[in-house]
Design a binder for this molecule. Structure first.
Ligand code: ARG
Length: 280
């Protein structure tokens, strides 16, 4: 039921976006797009000749401390929704996926400066990031949520204003929203601590160094499941679209990934991968 509501919400958002993105044209002009997209995917079995930084490899910049999208496997190596989708994309391009694990703040610059081919890190599409890199079509949505210690005085989004210190992951949308000035809907930089990753932010919450952590919903669920005494508030912050970042210099790669993503979404592969990691 939740999923149906989510799908309807996404559909409404897409329609709303389409409506405001093309004010001059009626919404119906969107319709003829379908055949256009069907044609190239028909021969998508043949990998398109895309250029990558290292021949034969597709380098994915990520921060593998963001379950269930990307995390380090017990025995080493990487796993998660993004890792699996990227592996399939690389395969279809005739390339080998190489995961470049780094701080989240380095993920967009890595693509921008040509150190990695793609940024895939539960990465939210934002206007500021769009100035530096291109984004593919979205393949998932995320919601910023609030994690608190059981019995906390923070019970709703409004209570965030009373938090002495809010924990976030450095460079993330959660950090940006919270650190914005109160006029812009935030709480000011002084009230927000940016940690290197989500796990460190959660440890700070457990240690009482911050009053709450603002983070994406799926990692939030994973962290709450792995630690006693913390929970996610019912109230949600914002809904965001995750997409793959690609260099503005490499539109061929972006186009090729979009074709593959379309296929993987249409044939249910993306949903299958998400369902494997996301329960409930
Ligand atoms: N969706 C948020 C953003 O784009 C957080 C992403 C954090 N990802 C990670 N792999 N640590 O800002």
């Amino acid at each position: 039921m939740k999923k149906i509501i989510a799908i309807i919400l996404v559909a409404i958002m897409v329609l709303a976006l389409a409506a405001c993105g093309t004010p001059a044209k009626p919404a119906a002009t969107e319709a003829p797009k379908a055949p256009e997209s069907a044609a190239p995917s028909a021969d998508a079995a043949k990998p398109a000749a895309v250029k990558t930084i290292v021949e034969g490899e597709l380098h994915m910049a990520t921060n593998a401390a963001f379950p269930p999208y990307e995390m380090i496997k017990d025995g080493g190596g990487f796993e998660g929704i993004d890792v699996e989708i990227a592996t399939l994309i690389a395969e279809k391009l005739g390339l080998k996926l190489v995961v470049d694990d780094m701080d989240f703040t380095s993920v967009v610059p890595a693509v921008q400066t040509g150190k990695s081919d793609i940024a895939m890190a539960g990465l939210t599409i934002t206007e500021t990031r769009k100035e530096n890199i291109d984004f593919t079509d979205s393949y998932a949505t995320g919601v910023q949520v609030i994690i608190v210690k059981d019995g906390s005085d923070i019970k709703t989004v409004d209570d965030l204003a009373n938090a002495k210190m809010i924990g976030t992951q450095a460079g993330t949308t959660g950090y940006l929203y919270c650190s914005a000035s109160p006029e812009d809907g935030g709480y000011g930089e002084d009230k927000v601590t940016a940690f290197d990753n989500g796990a460190i932010a959660i440890q700070a919450l457990l240690d009482g160094k911050v009053d709450c952590v603002v983070i994406d919903n799926e990692p939030a669920k994973a962290f709450v499941a792995a630690n006693k005494g913390i929970s996610i508030l019912e109230t949600e912050f914002t809904v965001e679209d995750y997409a793959i970042g690609v260099s503005k210099q490499n539109t061929e790669l972006k186009d090729a990934i979009n074709e593959i993503l379309k296929e993987l979404i249409a044939d249910g592969t993306v949903k299958k991968i998400v369902d494997k990691y996301v329960t409930g």
